[in-house]
Design a binder for this molecule. Structure first.
Ligand code: KIV
Ligand code: ZN
Length: 389
């Protein structure tokens, strides 16, 4: 079985940037690439060099600036694509060419009007072309999620023989269930004779909301690279979310896996990516959403205030988030109300809080959230009433 290090392959600047409205210019891409290196990602997929002169320039600039991470450029199984990718990666300390072709019958028949044998030969050929430029060649079997396992194993064995050092098994359409994706990876581990010569990579899309679960199933079965993006950005419903897989691996130590990611930078970088790409993060997004560490119902608040571990499995500091919030709504309880008054400097005993709670519910029913200003008004009024009485 492979060692426990899971390589984090960030594709925010390639698959993430394909999202309508998220396009970045070269300076923005360069700035984000430097931040990703700081975060500790192992591989930065910087772009698709043949797709436009701007993307070529971005990959080239990132190649010059990045010193520790591997810089990767995407290509199709086309000689010209590979040559242009190699050119853009010329200055990289650690260049990787990512090349490949669709292997499912949907792709073979509908997209290429071809045969399995022809696609197999094209797969071998593109890896050989890429190996003329670098020793680090990653092959992707597009739509591997819907590719017949026997044929996929045959392709993967052949491309490793041709020189691929990483084999990417994308669930391009986000179709697989976690157990199916896990079994697919296990099938390759058990049926590809030279699989020990390559790292297996998971590249999962989120069309059914399963990208993270599928990637984790993949590494449990022996894959050792996850392709992911900050905030889960990517084509359609997105890619596997970097922050989610990193924290799952960190939380579940019994898996015997680890990454090189500095988790404290997850929230700051999430905000930078969101601002740069002008793509808001949904409030209930795991790890980086604004509600990820907010507690609003009375039952949860009471437990949380007694011991944070009752309702939080991650300390927000660990992922660079603001401290946990006790939000006051009409579903909140007395403990939360007392806590918030105390934070504002009011010293109320149990009887005071009982009285104030009725007033609080009246206000809370009339608005979505009761804020500090409302509490100040209520608290001062209660003090005045007490003096008059
Ligand atoms: O989703 C996919 O299959 C891809 C490949 C180009 C790796 O993004
Ligand atoms: Zn993709």
């Amino acid at each position: 079985m492979a060692e426990g290090k899971v390589h984090i392959f960030d594709t925010t600047l390639r698959d993430g940037e394909q999202v309508p409205g998220c396009k970045l210019n070269t300076n923005e891409k360069l700035e984000l690439a430097l931040q990703l290196e700081e975060l500790g990602v192992d591989i930065i997929e910087a772009g698709f060099p043949i797709s436009s002169p701007g993307d070529f320039e971005s990959v080239s600039q990132i190649s010059k600036a990045i010193k520790n991470a591997t810089v990767c450029g995407l290509s199709r199984a086309v000689q010209k694509d590979i040559e242009v990718a190699a050119q853009a990666l010329k200055y990289a300390v650690r260049p990787r060419i990512h090349t490949g072709i669709g292997t499912s019958d949907f792709h073979i028949k509908s997209k290429f009007n071809s045969t399995r044998e022809d696609i197999l030969q094209r797969a071998i050929q593109c890896v050989k072309w890429a190996r003329n430029f670098t020793d680090d060649v990653e092959f992707y079997a597009e739509d591997a999620g819907r590719t017949d396992n026997d044929y996929l194993a045959q392709v993967i064995e052949a491309v490793i023989k041709a020189g691929a050092t990483v084999v990417n098994i994308p669930d391009t359409t986000g179709y697989c269930l976690p157990y199916q994706y896990g079994e697919k990876i296990a099938y390759l581990v058990n049926n590809v004779s030279n699989i020990d010569k390559a790292i297996i990579s998971c590249h999962c899309h989120n069309d059914l909301g399963l990208a993270t679960a599928n990637s984790i199933a993949g590494v449990i079965s022996g894959a050792r690279q996850i392709e992911c993006t900050i905030n889960g950005l990517g084509e359609r419903a997105g890619n596997t979310s970097l922050e989610e897989v990193v924290m799952i691996i960190k939380q579940h130590k019994h898996l015997g896996l680890h990454t090189n990611i500095n988790a404290k930078q997850l929230n700051p970088l999430s905000r930078i990516v969101s601002d740069t790409m002008r793509m808001p993060v949904q409030p209930n997004k795991a790890i980086v959403g604004s509600n990820a560490f907010s507690h609003s119902s009375g039952i949860h608040q009471d437990g949380f205030l007694k011991d944070a571990l009752t309702y939080e499995i991650i300390n927000p500091e660990e992922v660079g988030a603001d401290s946990s919030k006790i939000v006051l709504t009409a579903r909140s309880g007395r403990s939360a109300l007392a806590y918030r008054f105390q934070k504002l400097g009011f010293q109320f005993d149990r009887n005071d809080v009982d009285v104030l709670y009725n007033e609080f519910l009246r206000v809370a029913d009339s608005k979505k959230e009761v804020e500090d200003g409302d509490l100040q008004t209520m608290g001062k009024q209660h003090q005045t009433n007490a003096v008059v009485a």
